[in-house]
Write a protein that binds this ligand. Structure first.
Ligand code: HT7
Ligand code: ZN
Length: 891
């Protein structure tokens, strides 16, 4: 399998300003005829290379003349022509088979409908084409299909014509006025319900917004439409970016590999990110819909108007757009709030985003798949839609935002669009636009060191030393960064030292009573200062500090790094009570809990008894009753660090000990604070007849459910009746799932199975709810391979539907530490990777990454995972996707 390197990029030697496509749609065999008008870029004719995959070539015409097969070279996945003129027209006809396409890339069937997915390299499964993002064209698309089965025919842009044809067929012609790369092409055909609204853009243009879904699902699309309207408004207000289309469509698909796809004017969504009503969607699902609708809409500028030159630049659009959707969600949470309340609301989102980064990206950056946010090479680009490109990519954008400030960042974005609107560009082009603002504000400085974030993998560690001079009343803070070799860097010999990065490090100092100290920095006095660490080690001195202070570090998680500092538990307790930075305050509580959990893990490994410290219980109790904290924030601050985060901190990684430690701590905290959990549980039960997924009431529901979980964990006598009552009496899905998950996770009574059966009976017609039903059982502590195998025999299970596969197989293999980390668990995982790979390599490759960090596990686990990996590797018909993952893991 060839490796593609970033440095081998060559511009395409032809322009392709106009593309006309005609589709004779049929699920069994679709005929695609293209008319491609090429123009040579240089002065000499180069071979013209087109990509194609799983296509049957019917004919090739050059300027109206059919070419004999000798006139071109047809290889496995390329078609090469040898033009002799500066401009010419190619007409190609080929066939593809949507119903046979279980990969869900290219043109495929989902239920009784047809959809496309072209990013990254799916367009080549539709027609022969220069399937690369730097070839941008205007598309005119004619769709023909049976009118009864496919009454709606959609493609990008504007509808020019819709007419009936003989034999019960009909035709629609679409034209997209904006040049785009092939990965943004889309078509949809089928019978849909539509919810729509016309809105005025700030330029006073009318824009028709439409949400298409399966018939019968239209009552569940109001929230998605509301989110879309808010996305339009937000992008206008925060970034001055207006919708450039008359019509913007979102279509929900049941079978979809990822969350959604930003095709120009015709977004295709996994239905999980479109459909919601109070009876079927949880508060978390509502928020996820808001984030994904926002994300795809924001791509219209950051991704579509300015796109990627090549796939190594993926983070150019993804990192930036994730940053934008994170800010959108934070602004929606803080809407109508000000001061400390707004900061705390925004911190809730920041905490969730940082937790995701730590759970998904930090391990990736320390394992065999470690790569910079702009990868250097790949075998299969589908494997690089990673937490690093997306989430760390967003952190790298956020650091530029932090360094430049809101107005500086906005000026940089304006400059980026001024320079590159309508073009396919690089990550470096983005940083250069930001740098143009940075140098104006910081004469003599530049972002050269910052640019290393794009080429260096691994999570930096920043060691903090605080020295207090009691006589001079000064406090010196020394930051020292360490960038260790990761992934393939470790295999290189000699291992090269890595240069320092530009790390914005936000710091505050508290006095011994927990009061914030004003700090002088860069001629300004503030409670939080931004230290810009650009060398291996730097020291900053703060004056007029009367007593030795307590540092509050990496406020708001100002950089994606790991902080190392030696500190007393008493300092953490003080920060937990007083830190004015809500993120750092949460972090202090997490650190307290993590220390406790690690201590428990060690004592479990050594078969010793251990109790949790009273300092932690006292801190939690105080936080639980603190009237100044929102319920949403309390839920975060009083949640234990996840098993996965803890696992990463054990060495060697010992899943069994981590599970036991987590359980032990939950039980102890549950018991020690039982009256408090019960009080708060009662105080947070609202009248949810008038359900709204707003931040305040969803925060209340999240705390309510957390209390129930601790009570269940403690085996409190009231807990199970409360859970049962909550489940059956619920008037919304958040409460219902809270009750059910309490029963499923903590009980083995008959009520558990009764509730599960009742749930299935009630919701069997709703696939998204049944996904939750599978996922809950797969992630239950007692779930074993046998549980999962018997659920796989359930008539509602199918490996072909990615949401279903994710809800059962992925949930078990990736999140059920207790069940999967057994010899049978690893064997089951390998079997499923192999089975999925025959159907859908993109999805299989994601599952194949479940134990990337296998070499860091205890010897027992390690050997069993290695054997499972080898078994996958030896399978004779492995896809490029899975092969790349497994071979890197075994290197
Ligand atoms: N830009 C979209 C990427 C995507 C994708 C990639 C590979 C296979 C299937 C896919 N579906 C969507 C998603 C996004 O970041 O918005
Ligand atoms: Zn995206």
């Amino acid at each position: 399998i060839p490796t593609i390197s970033r440095h081998d990029y060559q511009p395409y030697p032809y322009r392709l300003p106009h593309v006309a496509l005609e589709f004779d749609l049929d699920p069994l065999q679709t005929r695609v005829s293209s008319r491609l008008e090429f123009e040579r870029v240089g002065n000499v004719n180069e071979p013209l290379l087109l990509n194609g995959q799983d296509l049957v070539l019917e004919s090739v015409m050059l300027d109206g003349q059919t070419l004999a097969p000798q006139a071109y070279r047809l290889q496995d996945e390329t078609l090469t022509l040898f033009p002799t003129k500066a401009s010419f027209t190619l007409q190609i006809t080929s066939l593809c088979k949507p119903a046979d396409n279980s990969s869900l890339m290219g043109l495929y069937v989902s239920g009784d409908k047809l959809f496309t997915q072209c990013e990254a390299e799916g367009f080549r499964r539709i027609t022969w084409f220069p399937d690369r993002p730097d070839v941008m064209s205007r598309y005119r698309v004619t769709l023909r299909a049976d009118r009864m089965h496919y009454p709606l025919l959609l493609s990008n842009g504007n509808l020019l014509e819709s007419v009936d044809l003989p034999d019960g067929r009909h035709q629609a012609v679409w034209e997209d006025p904006h040049p785009k790369p092939s990965y943004l092409f889309a078509l949809v055909a089928g019978d849909f319900a539509c919810r729509e609204q016309t809105v005025k853009t700030h330029g006073k243009r009318d824009a028709l917004l439409q949400i298409y879904s399966d018939r019968g699902s239209e009552p569940k699309t109001q929230w998605a439409l509301d989110c879309l309207i808010r996305s339009l408004q937000w992008d206008e207000q925060r970034f001055g970016l207006e919708l450039d289309l008359d019509r913007f469509m979102v279509v929900a698909a049941r079978d979809f590999n990822m969350g959604a796809m930003e095709n120009k004017g015709l977004n295709i969504f996994n239905s999980a990110y479109v459909l919601a009503d109070k009876d079927s969607a949880t508060d978390a699902a509502y928020r996820a819909i808001e984030a994904v609708i926002g994300h795809e809409y924001f791509h219209n500028w950051t991704g579509n108007r300015v796109t990627c030159r090549d796939w190594f630049q993926l983070s150019l659009k993804e990192g930036l757009t994730v940053f934008r959707d994170q800010e959108f969600s934070a602004d929606m949470l803080a809407h109508d709030l000000s001061g400390a309340e707004a900061a705390s609301a925004r911190a809730v989102k920041r905490i969730d985003d940082v937790s995701t980064l730590r759970i998904a990206q930090f391990p990736e950056d320390a394992g065999p798949m470690a790569h910079p946010i702009r990868p250097e090479s790949y075998q299969e680009i589908g494997n690089f839609y990673t937490a690093t490109v997306y989430e760390k990519g967003a952190e790298v954008i956020r650091m530029q935002h932090t360094i430049l400030g809101e107005t500086g960042f906005r000026a940089g974005i304006d400059e980026y669009f001024r320079r590159h609107d309508g073009a396919a560009v690089t990550c470096d082009d983005f940083v250069s636009a930001m740098e143009s603002v940075y140098v104006q504000r910081n004469p003599g400085k530049n972002l050269d060191v910052f640019r290393r974030w794009y080429s260096q993998a691994g999570t930096p560690r920043v060691k903090v030393d605080l020295a207090y001079d009691a006589e001079a009343h000064t406090c010196s803070i020394t930051l020292a960064q360490h960038n260790e070799a990761v992934g393939i860097e470790r295999l290189q010999s000699p291992v090269l030292p890595k240069p320092p990065l530009h790390i914005p490090f936000a710091l505050g100092l508290l006095d011994q009573q927990g009061k914030p100290l004003p700090l002088e920095h860069d001629g300004k006095a503030a409670e939080t200062v931004l230290l810009e660490l650009t060398e291996e080690r730097q020291t900053w001195v703060f004056e007029n500090i009367a007593h030795k202070p307590i540092p509050s570090l990496l406020r708001n998680f100002s950089a994606p790094v790991i902080v190392d500092i030696e500190r007393q538990e008493s300092e953490l307790i003080l920060l937990a009570q007083h830190d004015t930075d809500p993120f750092a305050r949460w972090e202090a509580v997490q650190e307290l809990a993590t220390r406790q959990l690690l201590c428990l893990t060690r004592s479990i490994s050594d078969e010793r008894q251990s109790d949790i410290a009273s300092g932690l219980t006292e801190t939690w109790k105080r936080l639980l009753h603190d009237p100044n904290l929102s319920a949403a924030y309390k839920t975060r601050i009083l949640s234990q660090p996840t098993e996965k985060e803890l696992l990463e901190k054990t060495s060697p990684m010992d899943p069994a000990a981590v599970v036991k430690a987590g359980k032990h701590m939950r039980e102890q905290l549950g018991r020690a604070l039982a009256p408090d959990w019960l009080d708060i549980y009662r105080a947070t039960s609202g009248n949810d007849d008038a359900y709204r997924p707003d931040p305040l009431s969803s925060g209340r529901r999240s705390l309510h459910n957390l209390c129930l979980h601790y009570l269940m964990a403690a085996g409190h006598p009231d807990a199970q009746p409360l859970a049962v009552a909550q489940y059956y009496d619920a008037t919304n899905m958040t409460d219902r799932m809270g009750g059910l998950s309490a029963l499923v996770h903590f009980s083995d009574s008959p009520q558990r199975q009764e509730a599960l059966n009742h749930f299935y009976e009630q919701w069997q017609q709703d696939p998204l709810v049944i996904d939750k039903w599978f996922a809950l059982q797969a992630s239950a502590p007692g779930a074993t391979v046998e549980t999962i195998k018997s659920l796989m025999l359930h008539p509602a299970f199918s490996l072909r539907n990615p949401n279903r596969a994710r809800s059962l197989i992925f949930q078990f293999c990736m999140n059920s530490l207790q069940g999967v980390h057994t010899p049978e668990g690893y064997a089951f995982w390998a079997d499923q990777v192999i089975a999925l790979d025959q159907l859908n390599p993109e999805i299989a490759a994601r599952l194949a990454r479940a134990f990337d960090n296998w070499a860091r596990y205890t010897a027992r686990n390690r050997e069993a995972i290695r054997a499972a990996l080898q078994r996958i590797q030896q399978h004779p018909t492995l896809s490029r996707n899975v092969s790349e993952i497994v071979s890197k893991a075994l290197k």
